[in-house]
Design a protein around this ligand. Structure first.
Ligand code: NAP
Length: 295
């Protein structure tokens, strides 16, 4: 495949009730922080080059957070891309913090969420974060349905004040999405999903019916890239990389699927964006669909 596929080849998606429209091929900034998403990157110049190249190839949706570093990816984005292109949609997430050892901690107190949004505005050098995901969690307490009520009310307040353009959710259950929607409109859901990890299949279909975006994290397996003979075979048939096939499968899975693969390398960025133009045949889809049941 040539290395000049634009991100627009994946088609476009408009977030519901908004004038925000993005290419379905986006970029996740998490890999731009240091090892284990902690501290400064090993090669900051390459990270800046990745961000510039992403925009040059048509990426107009960047997923980020002050969790990453912490504060590193937001700072890199602002240093490299500000003033931002008018069409660039920055999506951040709040609801947690990193400790001195790099541990991931949750906090959904109203004051903490407000401060987190203010920090994002400061570091990203913007007056409003276009979309903010409220990150709930799979850890005890935060996965309970009712845990979402108070933080969601805070999100609505922050939106009413104009600090947040639109609200998304992350690491949530179907029941939590419904609770959230009774409080304020939700434009996207960001959960763990990929070729192997398919717990959210029913949720994706339900969100698609409502026109709400589903944005899987770990689209390439995240910290544990998956090994699959079927994936490798399909990739070989298409003369593509396994990562491209995994991303093409996600894009073909549902029209509300937006992908945000993360990388710290321009070569991988181009490889991933090329997936926007990759079409999987029926038989190939069938074999790829079977991977989850074998995992
Ligand atoms: N809401 C949440 O709780 C949450 C959690 C995790 C992530 N996220 C978001 O989701 C985004 C995507 O997830 P992710 O970055 O964790 O995982 P991912 O996209 O599944 O995988 C990233 C890993 O794959 C490697 N990679 C990327 N492209 C490649 C290619 N073409 N060939 C070979 N290796 C490749 C990267 O390393 P290299 O740097 O070497 O390319 C990195 O190790 C993140 O960037 C972040 O924005 C959200």
């Amino acid at each position: 495949m040539s290395h000049s596929t634009p991100a627009s080849a994946a088609g476009r998606f408009t977030f519901p009730g908004s004038d925000l429209s993005v290419n379905r091929m986006g970029f996740g900034a998490m890999q731009l922080a240091g090892p284990h998403v902690f501290g400064e990157p090993k090669d900051p110049e390459e990270c800046r080059a990745v961000l510039k190249e992403a925009l040059a190839l048509g990426i107009d949706h960047i997923d980020t957070s002050d969790f990453y570093g912490p504060y590193v990816t937001n700072r890199l984005i602002a240093e490299t891309l500000h003033p931002y292109a008018e069409n660039l949609v920055l999506v951040s997430k709040i609801g947690g913090w990193r400790d001195d050892q790099g541990g991931w901690n949750m906090n959904h107190a109203p004051d903490f969420l407000r401060k987190s949004v203010e920090d994002n505005l400061l570091r990203l050098k913007i007056d409003q974060v276009p979309i903010v995901n409220l990150r709930m969690g799979s850890v005890a307490g935060f996965s309970e349905d009712a845990a979402l009520l108070e933080p969601m009310r805070t999100m609505r307040q922050l939106q009413e004040e104009g600090l947040i353009g639109h609200i998304g959710l992350s690491t949530v259950t179907q029941a939590q999405i419904q609770i959230a929607q009774d409080i304020a409109p939700v434009v996207c859901v960001q959960n763990h999903y990929n070729l192997v990890h398919r717990d959210d299949d029913a949720m994706i279909d339900s969100l698609a019916e409502q026109g709400i975006a589903y944005v899987p994290y770990f689209p390439l397996g995240g910290f544990a890239p998956y090994q699959s003979q079927a994936l490798d075979e399909v990739a070989a048939e298409l003369g593509a990389s396994a990562q491209q096939v995994a991303l093409a499968w996600l894009l073909q899975r549902s029209p509300n699927m937006l992908v945000i693969p993360g990388t710290s390398k321009r070569a991988h960025l181009k490889d991933n964006i090329d997936a926007a133009a990759l079409t999987l045949g029926e038989d190939q889809l069938k074999r790829l669909n079977a991977i989850a049941s074998m995992a």
